[in-house]
Design a protein around this ligand. Structure first.
Ligand code: NAD
Length: 351
Protein backbone atom coordinates (compact mmCIF):
# COMPACT_ATOMS: atom_id res chain seq x y z
CA UNK A 1 0.00 0.00 0.00
CA UNK A 2 1.18 3.52 -0.71
CA UNK A 3 0.94 5.89 2.28
CA UNK A 4 -0.48 9.37 2.09
CA UNK A 5 2.16 11.84 0.92
CA UNK A 6 2.82 15.30 -0.45
CA UNK A 7 5.40 15.56 -3.23
CA UNK A 8 6.86 18.89 -4.36
CA UNK A 9 8.83 18.83 -7.59
CA UNK A 10 11.01 21.89 -8.13
CA UNK A 11 10.57 23.30 -11.65
CA UNK A 12 14.13 23.41 -12.96
CA UNK A 13 15.30 22.58 -16.49
CA UNK A 14 18.23 20.16 -16.53
CA UNK A 15 20.55 19.77 -19.52
CA UNK A 16 22.86 16.80 -18.97
CA UNK A 17 25.72 15.35 -20.98
CA UNK A 18 29.19 15.56 -22.40
CA UNK A 19 29.78 18.80 -24.31
CA UNK A 20 26.66 20.56 -22.97
CA UNK A 21 28.80 23.56 -21.98
CA UNK A 22 28.22 24.43 -25.64
CA UNK A 23 24.49 24.86 -24.85
CA UNK A 24 24.92 27.83 -22.53
CA UNK A 25 24.24 30.39 -25.28
CA UNK A 26 21.02 28.71 -26.43
CA UNK A 27 19.88 28.36 -22.81
CA UNK A 28 20.49 32.08 -22.18
CA UNK A 29 18.46 32.94 -25.27
CA UNK A 30 15.76 30.44 -24.35
CA UNK A 31 15.16 32.39 -21.13
CA UNK A 32 14.72 35.54 -23.22
CA UNK A 33 18.02 37.02 -22.02
CA UNK A 34 20.71 38.90 -23.95
CA UNK A 35 23.39 39.98 -21.46
CA UNK A 36 24.73 37.41 -19.00
CA UNK A 37 27.01 38.16 -16.07
CA UNK A 38 29.25 35.10 -15.70
CA UNK A 39 30.08 34.26 -12.06
CA UNK A 40 32.98 32.21 -10.66
CA UNK A 41 35.45 31.98 -7.78
CA UNK A 42 38.89 33.56 -8.28
CA UNK A 43 40.17 29.99 -8.79
CA UNK A 44 37.84 29.38 -11.76
CA UNK A 45 38.20 32.87 -13.25
CA UNK A 46 39.97 31.67 -16.40
CA UNK A 47 37.19 29.13 -17.08
CA UNK A 48 34.58 31.87 -16.63
CA UNK A 49 36.46 34.14 -19.04
CA UNK A 50 36.63 31.35 -21.62
CA UNK A 51 32.89 30.84 -21.24
CA UNK A 52 32.27 34.58 -21.63
CA UNK A 53 34.37 34.57 -24.82
CA UNK A 54 32.35 31.60 -26.08
CA UNK A 55 29.11 33.53 -25.37
CA UNK A 56 30.35 36.56 -27.34
CA UNK A 57 27.74 39.33 -27.34
CA UNK A 58 25.55 37.37 -24.94
CA UNK A 59 28.13 37.95 -22.18
CA UNK A 60 28.01 41.29 -20.38
CA UNK A 61 31.01 40.54 -18.17
CA UNK A 62 32.68 38.28 -15.60
CA UNK A 63 32.53 38.60 -11.81
CA UNK A 64 35.03 36.17 -10.31
CA UNK A 65 34.75 37.05 -6.62
CA UNK A 66 32.51 34.23 -5.32
CA UNK A 67 33.57 32.99 -1.87
CA UNK A 68 32.68 30.20 0.58
CA UNK A 69 29.52 30.80 2.69
CA UNK A 70 28.19 33.57 0.39
CA UNK A 71 29.31 36.71 2.27
CA UNK A 72 26.76 39.52 1.86
CA UNK A 73 29.56 42.03 1.14
CA UNK A 74 30.54 40.06 -1.99
CA UNK A 75 26.91 39.80 -3.06
CA UNK A 76 26.46 43.56 -2.77
CA UNK A 77 29.50 44.10 -4.98
CA UNK A 78 28.15 41.60 -7.53
CA UNK A 79 24.65 43.14 -7.54
CA UNK A 80 26.24 46.55 -8.22
CA UNK A 81 28.34 45.04 -11.05
CA UNK A 82 25.21 43.37 -12.47
CA UNK A 83 23.31 46.68 -12.53
CA UNK A 84 26.35 48.66 -13.73
CA UNK A 85 26.83 46.63 -16.90
CA UNK A 86 23.11 46.22 -17.59
CA UNK A 87 23.08 42.42 -17.24
CA UNK A 88 19.76 40.56 -17.51
CA UNK A 89 20.76 37.10 -16.19
CA UNK A 90 23.59 35.31 -14.40
CA UNK A 91 25.54 32.24 -15.49
CA UNK A 92 27.07 30.65 -12.37
CA UNK A 93 30.06 28.51 -13.34
CA UNK A 94 31.31 26.39 -10.43
CA UNK A 95 30.35 24.71 -7.17
CA UNK A 96 28.21 25.65 -4.18
CA UNK A 97 30.09 28.89 -3.49
CA UNK A 98 29.55 30.35 -6.96
CA UNK A 99 26.00 29.01 -7.17
CA UNK A 100 25.31 30.62 -3.77
CA UNK A 101 26.39 33.98 -5.17
CA UNK A 102 24.05 33.60 -8.17
CA UNK A 103 21.19 32.69 -5.84
CA UNK A 104 21.94 35.66 -3.58
CA UNK A 105 21.80 38.01 -6.58
CA UNK A 106 18.53 36.43 -7.76
CA UNK A 107 17.04 36.71 -4.27
CA UNK A 108 17.65 40.47 -4.48
CA UNK A 109 16.74 41.27 -8.10
CA UNK A 110 14.92 38.15 -9.33
CA UNK A 111 17.34 37.62 -12.21
CA UNK A 112 17.11 34.32 -14.11
CA UNK A 113 19.96 31.94 -13.28
CA UNK A 114 21.72 29.44 -15.49
CA UNK A 115 24.10 27.19 -13.56
CA UNK A 116 26.99 25.21 -14.96
CA UNK A 117 27.65 22.87 -12.02
CA UNK A 118 31.23 21.64 -11.53
CA UNK A 119 31.09 19.86 -8.13
CA UNK A 120 28.73 17.33 -6.53
CA UNK A 121 27.35 19.54 -3.71
CA UNK A 122 23.87 19.85 -5.26
CA UNK A 123 23.06 23.50 -4.54
CA UNK A 124 22.07 24.09 -8.19
CA UNK A 125 18.77 22.20 -7.77
CA UNK A 126 17.65 23.61 -4.42
CA UNK A 127 15.60 26.73 -3.55
CA UNK A 128 17.85 27.22 -0.49
CA UNK A 129 20.30 30.08 0.12
CA UNK A 130 22.71 30.35 3.04
CA UNK A 131 24.40 33.75 3.49
CA UNK A 132 26.86 35.12 6.03
CA UNK A 133 27.18 38.59 7.47
CA UNK A 134 29.15 39.64 10.56
CA UNK A 135 29.92 35.99 11.36
CA UNK A 136 26.22 35.02 11.35
CA UNK A 137 24.71 32.59 8.86
CA UNK A 138 21.09 32.91 7.74
CA UNK A 139 19.36 30.35 5.58
CA UNK A 140 16.21 30.95 3.58
CA UNK A 141 14.10 28.93 1.18
CA UNK A 142 12.19 30.64 -1.62
CA UNK A 143 11.13 29.70 -5.17
CA UNK A 144 12.97 32.79 -6.49
CA UNK A 145 16.26 31.24 -5.27
CA UNK A 146 15.92 28.09 -7.41
CA UNK A 147 18.04 28.36 -10.60
CA UNK A 148 15.95 28.18 -13.81
CA UNK A 149 18.39 26.06 -15.83
CA UNK A 150 21.17 23.66 -14.83
CA UNK A 151 23.83 22.38 -17.18
CA UNK A 152 25.75 19.27 -16.17
CA UNK A 153 28.74 18.67 -18.43
CA UNK A 154 30.90 15.86 -16.98
CA UNK A 155 33.92 17.05 -18.98
CA UNK A 156 34.14 20.05 -16.64
CA UNK A 157 34.56 17.78 -13.63
CA UNK A 158 37.47 15.66 -14.86
CA UNK A 159 39.87 18.18 -13.29
CA UNK A 160 38.08 18.29 -9.93
CA UNK A 161 40.87 17.00 -7.64
CA UNK A 162 40.27 13.42 -6.45
CA UNK A 163 40.12 14.36 -2.74
CA UNK A 164 37.53 17.05 -3.47
CA UNK A 165 35.58 14.70 -5.72
CA UNK A 166 35.39 12.11 -2.95
CA UNK A 167 34.38 14.57 -0.22
CA UNK A 168 31.87 16.27 -2.51
CA UNK A 169 30.41 12.91 -3.60
CA UNK A 170 29.97 11.81 0.03
CA UNK A 171 28.41 15.22 0.76
CA UNK A 172 25.87 14.44 -1.98
CA UNK A 173 25.19 10.95 -0.58
CA UNK A 174 24.43 12.51 2.81
CA UNK A 175 21.54 14.48 1.30
CA UNK A 176 20.07 11.26 -0.07
CA UNK A 177 20.53 9.22 3.14
CA UNK A 178 18.64 11.86 5.11
CA UNK A 179 15.95 12.19 2.42
CA UNK A 180 15.08 8.51 2.91
CA UNK A 181 14.03 9.00 6.54
CA UNK A 182 12.79 12.61 6.22
CA UNK A 183 9.56 13.38 8.02
CA UNK A 184 8.08 14.58 4.70
CA UNK A 185 9.62 11.78 2.59
CA UNK A 186 7.70 10.66 -0.48
CA UNK A 187 8.06 7.78 -2.96
CA UNK A 188 9.57 9.90 -5.76
CA UNK A 189 12.21 11.49 -3.52
CA UNK A 190 13.07 8.06 -2.10
CA UNK A 191 13.54 6.59 -5.58
CA UNK A 192 15.79 9.52 -6.50
CA UNK A 193 17.74 9.12 -3.25
CA UNK A 194 18.48 5.42 -3.67
CA UNK A 195 19.38 5.85 -7.35
CA UNK A 196 21.63 8.81 -6.51
CA UNK A 197 23.50 6.81 -3.85
CA UNK A 198 23.79 3.80 -6.17
CA UNK A 199 25.25 5.94 -8.97
CA UNK A 200 27.80 7.62 -6.66
CA UNK A 201 28.76 4.33 -5.02
CA UNK A 202 29.61 2.96 -8.44
CA UNK A 203 31.35 6.09 -9.74
CA UNK A 204 33.55 7.29 -6.86
CA UNK A 205 35.93 4.29 -6.69
CA UNK A 206 36.47 4.58 -10.44
CA UNK A 207 37.22 8.29 -10.11
CA UNK A 208 39.83 7.55 -7.42
CA UNK A 209 41.44 5.05 -9.77
CA UNK A 210 41.18 7.06 -13.00
CA UNK A 211 40.13 10.66 -12.34
CA UNK A 212 39.63 11.44 -16.02
CA UNK A 213 37.29 8.48 -16.68
CA UNK A 214 34.43 10.31 -18.37
CA UNK A 215 31.90 7.51 -17.77
CA UNK A 216 32.61 7.58 -14.03
CA UNK A 217 32.46 11.38 -14.02
CA UNK A 218 29.05 11.22 -15.77
CA UNK A 219 27.79 8.71 -13.22
CA UNK A 220 28.91 10.86 -10.30
CA UNK A 221 27.32 14.00 -11.75
CA UNK A 222 24.09 12.10 -12.43
CA UNK A 223 24.09 10.82 -8.84
CA UNK A 224 24.81 14.25 -7.44
CA UNK A 225 21.92 15.74 -9.43
CA UNK A 226 19.54 13.20 -7.84
CA UNK A 227 20.98 13.73 -4.35
CA UNK A 228 20.78 17.52 -4.73
CA UNK A 229 17.21 17.22 -5.95
CA UNK A 230 16.09 15.47 -2.77
CA UNK A 231 17.97 18.02 -0.65
CA UNK A 232 15.75 20.61 -2.34
CA UNK A 233 12.50 18.72 -1.99
CA UNK A 234 12.37 17.11 1.50
CA UNK A 235 13.59 18.09 4.98
CA UNK A 236 17.00 17.20 6.40
CA UNK A 237 17.64 15.85 9.91
CA UNK A 238 20.40 15.18 12.48
CA UNK A 239 23.25 14.83 10.00
CA UNK A 240 22.68 18.24 8.40
CA UNK A 241 22.15 19.86 11.80
CA UNK A 242 25.53 18.50 12.96
CA UNK A 243 27.26 19.69 9.78
CA UNK A 244 25.67 23.15 9.99
CA UNK A 245 26.79 23.40 13.63
CA UNK A 246 30.37 22.34 12.91
CA UNK A 247 30.63 24.46 9.75
CA UNK A 248 28.93 27.51 11.23
CA UNK A 249 30.45 27.62 14.73
CA UNK A 250 33.82 25.91 14.23
CA UNK A 251 34.52 26.86 10.61
CA UNK A 252 35.14 23.29 9.48
CA UNK A 253 35.28 22.66 5.71
CA UNK A 254 31.83 21.86 4.27
CA UNK A 255 32.24 18.73 2.15
CA UNK A 256 34.83 17.03 4.42
CA UNK A 257 32.65 17.54 7.49
CA UNK A 258 29.75 15.84 5.68
CA UNK A 259 32.03 13.02 4.56
CA UNK A 260 33.29 12.30 8.08
CA UNK A 261 29.96 12.54 9.87
CA UNK A 262 27.80 10.58 7.43
CA UNK A 263 28.61 7.04 8.70
CA UNK A 264 28.06 8.19 12.30
CA UNK A 265 24.76 9.98 11.77
CA UNK A 266 23.48 7.12 9.59
CA UNK A 267 24.43 4.65 12.35
CA UNK A 268 22.67 6.84 14.94
CA UNK A 269 19.43 6.56 12.94
CA UNK A 270 19.94 3.02 11.65
CA UNK A 271 17.47 1.32 13.96
CA UNK A 272 14.85 4.04 14.14
CA UNK A 273 14.72 4.24 10.33
CA UNK A 274 15.61 0.61 9.52
CA UNK A 275 12.86 0.15 6.92
CA UNK A 276 13.55 3.42 5.10
CA UNK A 277 17.32 2.83 5.08
CA UNK A 278 17.13 -0.86 4.08
CA UNK A 279 17.86 -0.32 0.34
CA UNK A 280 21.02 1.65 1.21
CA UNK A 281 22.12 -0.72 3.97
CA UNK A 282 21.89 -3.47 1.37
CA UNK A 283 24.08 -1.49 -1.06
CA UNK A 284 26.73 -1.17 1.65
CA UNK A 285 26.81 -4.75 2.80
CA UNK A 286 24.10 -4.80 5.46
CA UNK A 287 25.31 -2.34 8.10
CA UNK A 288 24.74 1.23 7.00
CA UNK A 289 27.11 2.96 9.46
CA UNK A 290 29.97 0.47 9.16
CA UNK A 291 29.37 0.04 5.44
CA UNK A 292 29.52 3.78 4.73
CA UNK A 293 32.65 4.07 6.90
CA UNK A 294 34.41 1.25 5.02
CA UNK A 295 33.40 2.81 1.71
CA UNK A 296 34.78 6.22 2.75
CA UNK A 297 38.00 4.56 3.99
CA UNK A 298 38.41 2.72 0.68
CA UNK A 299 38.28 6.11 -1.09
CA UNK A 300 40.90 7.61 1.27
CA UNK A 301 38.30 10.11 2.47
CA UNK A 302 38.99 11.96 5.72
CA UNK A 303 37.60 9.86 8.60
CA UNK A 304 38.23 11.92 11.74
CA UNK A 305 37.13 15.42 12.75
CA UNK A 306 40.48 15.86 14.53
CA UNK A 307 42.17 15.73 11.13
CA UNK A 308 40.18 18.68 9.75
CA UNK A 309 40.77 21.15 12.56
CA UNK A 310 38.36 20.38 15.42
CA UNK A 311 39.88 20.34 18.92
CA UNK A 312 38.75 17.67 21.40
CA UNK A 313 37.96 20.46 23.86
CA UNK A 314 35.33 21.75 21.39
CA UNK A 315 33.25 18.56 21.52
CA UNK A 316 31.15 19.53 24.57
CA UNK A 317 30.18 22.88 23.07
CA UNK A 318 29.51 21.24 19.70
CA UNK A 319 27.15 18.74 21.37
CA UNK A 320 25.38 21.54 23.27
CA UNK A 321 24.88 23.55 20.07
CA UNK A 322 23.80 20.51 18.04
CA UNK A 323 20.96 19.62 20.42
CA UNK A 324 19.66 23.21 20.51
CA UNK A 325 16.71 23.80 18.14
CA UNK A 326 17.15 20.34 16.62
CA UNK A 327 15.76 19.47 13.19
CA UNK A 328 13.16 16.70 13.21
CA UNK A 329 14.94 13.32 13.39
CA UNK A 330 13.66 9.71 13.34
CA UNK A 331 15.49 8.93 16.61
CA UNK A 332 15.16 11.35 19.52
CA UNK A 333 18.12 13.71 19.85
CA UNK A 334 19.77 12.88 23.20
CA UNK A 335 22.65 15.04 24.37
CA UNK A 336 24.77 12.17 25.72
CA UNK A 337 24.29 10.05 22.61
CA UNK A 338 25.18 13.02 20.38
CA UNK A 339 28.28 13.72 22.49
CA UNK A 340 29.30 10.07 22.04
CA UNK A 341 28.65 10.26 18.30
CA UNK A 342 30.87 13.35 18.06
CA UNK A 343 33.61 11.64 20.07
CA UNK A 344 33.64 8.69 17.64
CA UNK A 345 33.62 11.01 14.64
CA UNK A 346 36.43 13.06 16.19
CA UNK A 347 38.58 9.96 16.71
CA UNK A 348 37.56 8.38 13.42
CA UNK A 349 36.27 5.18 15.02
CA UNK A 350 34.23 2.83 12.83
CA UNK A 351 30.56 3.08 13.93
P1 NAD B 1 33.04 25.32 -3.65
O1 NAD B 1 32.04 25.84 -4.60
O2 NAD B 1 33.41 26.21 -2.50
O3 NAD B 1 34.35 24.93 -4.47
C1 NAD B 1 35.59 24.71 -3.81
C2 NAD B 1 36.75 25.11 -4.71
O4 NAD B 1 36.84 24.21 -5.82
C3 NAD B 1 36.57 26.50 -5.32
O5 NAD B 1 37.80 27.15 -5.36
C4 NAD B 1 36.09 26.20 -6.72
O6 NAD B 1 36.37 27.23 -7.63
C5 NAD B 1 36.84 24.92 -7.05
N1 NAD B 1 36.20 24.07 -8.06
C6 NAD B 1 34.88 23.86 -8.24
N2 NAD B 1 34.66 23.01 -9.26
C7 NAD B 1 35.89 22.66 -9.73
C8 NAD B 1 36.33 21.80 -10.80
N3 NAD B 1 35.46 21.10 -11.53
N4 NAD B 1 37.64 21.68 -10.99
C9 NAD B 1 38.54 22.35 -10.21
N5 NAD B 1 38.18 23.18 -9.20
C10 NAD B 1 36.87 23.33 -8.95
O7 NAD B 1 32.64 23.89 -3.04
P2 NAD B 1 31.25 23.10 -2.93
O8 NAD B 1 31.50 21.98 -2.01
O9 NAD B 1 30.70 22.84 -4.28
O10 NAD B 1 30.26 24.15 -2.24
C11 NAD B 1 30.27 24.40 -0.85
C12 NAD B 1 29.37 25.55 -0.52
O11 NAD B 1 28.07 25.36 -1.08
C13 NAD B 1 29.15 25.72 0.97
O12 NAD B 1 29.16 27.11 1.30
C14 NAD B 1 27.76 25.13 1.20
O13 NAD B 1 27.13 25.68 2.32
C15 NAD B 1 27.07 25.46 -0.10
N6 NAD B 1 25.96 24.53 -0.43
C16 NAD B 1 24.71 25.03 -0.49
C17 NAD B 1 23.64 24.21 -0.82
C18 NAD B 1 22.26 24.79 -0.91
O14 NAD B 1 21.32 24.08 -1.27
N7 NAD B 1 22.07 26.04 -0.61
C19 NAD B 1 23.86 22.86 -1.08
C20 NAD B 1 25.16 22.36 -1.02
C21 NAD B 1 26.21 23.21 -0.70
Amino acid sequence: MVDTFICTVNPARVVFGRGTLGNVASEVTRLGCKRALVLATPFQKADAERLAAQLGELAAGVFAGAAMHTPVSVTEEAVAAFAGIGADCVVSYGGGSTIGLGKAIAWRNDTPQIVVATTYAGSEVTPILGETEGGLKTTRRDPRILPETVIYDPELTTGLPVAMSVASGLNAMAHAVEALYAQDRNPIASLQAVEGIRALKQALPRIVETPHDIEARSGALYGSWLCGTVLGSVGMALHHKLCHTLGGSFDLPHAETHAILLPHSAAYNAEAAATELAPVAELFGGSIGGGLYDFAASLNAPLALRDIGLAESDLDRAADLAVKNPYWNPRPIERDAIRALLQSAWQGTRP
